[in-house]
Design a protein around this ligand. Structure first.
Ligand code: PLP
Ligand code: COI
Length: 337
């Protein structure tokens, strides 16, 4: 039963406050016990590391109200492991994966009225964010941190849901060849804002980035990983690159593709190969699996179906079927709260 009165079927991807967020502070070399807060404000020195030197990382995962009425979270351990990989790279403290999963369960339980009802297509997006709070003026890693788990009820990231979007290959890079593209650093998203604005000015909802080293291969979208289906519908292709985020959705879709009998190829994908693909999509927690209609590259345009293609449709339906508890969770991806 949802006591919260929201227009569930009109949810987009907008921040709105919920009942509680869960916060952990790191000081004196240790994480302190979590505390629930009902406000969204933090008190921070203007000299805090995260404001000047960018020690800020985050995660994104979802909880679903399933067909049987129970609430389940999709692969929280994987996000727990990834936040630690981000933390290691930016010299931030790791948070034990078991505690991460427990924190996610707690914050979802505290906000369970905000999990959209089954049948609306919505879910509860969980956003863990960690930032360095030590006031300092010399460049060094912070000594104190906060890790906050907040939640937001969400619907489709791109208006239109699975209606294919247009993408534009960016003239800019979001990451460096040996930089931070493989972790979920807040700064990567700041770097993608201007290229995304340029893409929108060209009527493309999303920017597609090339590998920043040679700019000959496809990397990923600003919001999500890139995947393609071969014209014969038998192969699932996705870039192998050191500057893309290892997407948990992509990893799961690769497994579902194998289950459906597709061959999975994870290798560098040359830009010219865009002409060989039958179906193309963006995938990630927020965008789920969003098909791509056209990709603009200078004066070239690669065109795919105006509606979701048959293989992407199968993958999409399998994924959501598992997440909403309509199909069996064969790979043990769901955690009940
Ligand atoms: N790539 C980027 C740049 C992202 O921001 C995201 C979203 O988290 C993804 C890929 C997809 O990752 P995941 O499927 O783990 O959400
Ligand atoms: C997610 O999918 O969880 C992300 O962090 C991507 C962002 C565009 C919301």
């Amino acid at each position: 039963m949802n006591e919260v009165n929201l227009k569930w079927d009109q949810l987009g991807f907008e921040f709105q406050p919920t009942r509680a967020n869960l916060r952990f502070a790191y000081r004196d070399g240790a994480w302190q016990p979590g505390q629930l807060f009902t406000t969204y404000d933090v008190t921070l020195s203007v000299a805090s590391n995260c404001l000047h030197y960018g020690q800020a990382i985050f995660e994104g995962l979802k909880a679903f109200r399933c067909r049987d009425g129970k609430i389940r979270i999709f692969r929280p351990e994987a996000n727990g492991e990834r936040i630690n990989s981000s933390a290691r790279h930016l010299l931030m403290p790791e948070f034990p994966v078991a505690d991460f999963v427990e924190a996610v369960k707690t914050v979802v339980r505290e906000n369970q009225d905000y999990v959209p009802p089954y049948g609306t297509g919505g879910s509860l997006y969980i956003r863990p964010v960690m930032f360095g709070t030590t006031p300092q003026i010399g460049i060094a890693s912070s000594k104190e941190y906060q890790l906050v788990f907040l939640v937001v009820p969400v619907g489709a990231y791109y208006k239109g849901g699975i209606k294919p979007v247009d993408a534009m290959i960016s003239d800019y890079d979001r990451a460096a060849p040996r930089g931070t593209g493989h972790i979920k650093a807040a700064g990567n998203y700041a770097a993608s804002l201007y290229p995304s604005k340029v893409a929108k000015e060209h009527h493309c909802q999303v920017a597609l980035f090339l590998d920043p080293g040679s700019r000959r291969f496809i990397d990923e979208f600003g919001t999500s990983n890139f995947l393609a289906i071969s014209k014969d519908g038998k192969r699932y292709l996705t870039p192998e690159s050191t500057s893309v985020l290892p997407s948990i959705t992509n990893l799961s879709l690769m497994q579902l593709a194998k289950d459906l009998g597709l061959e999975v190829e994870r290798r560098p994908l040359r830009v010219e190969e865009l002409a060989d693909f039958g179906e193309v999509a963006a995938c990630g927690t927020a965008v789920v699996l969003t098909p791509v209609h056209r990709i603009f590259y200078g004066d070239k345009v690669f065109t795919y179906s105006e509606e979701i293609g048959p293989v992407l449709r199968k993958l999409h339906d399998r994924m959501l079927g598992v997440q909403f508890g309509e199909l069996s969770d064969e790979h043990h991806w769901l955690t009940e709260i």
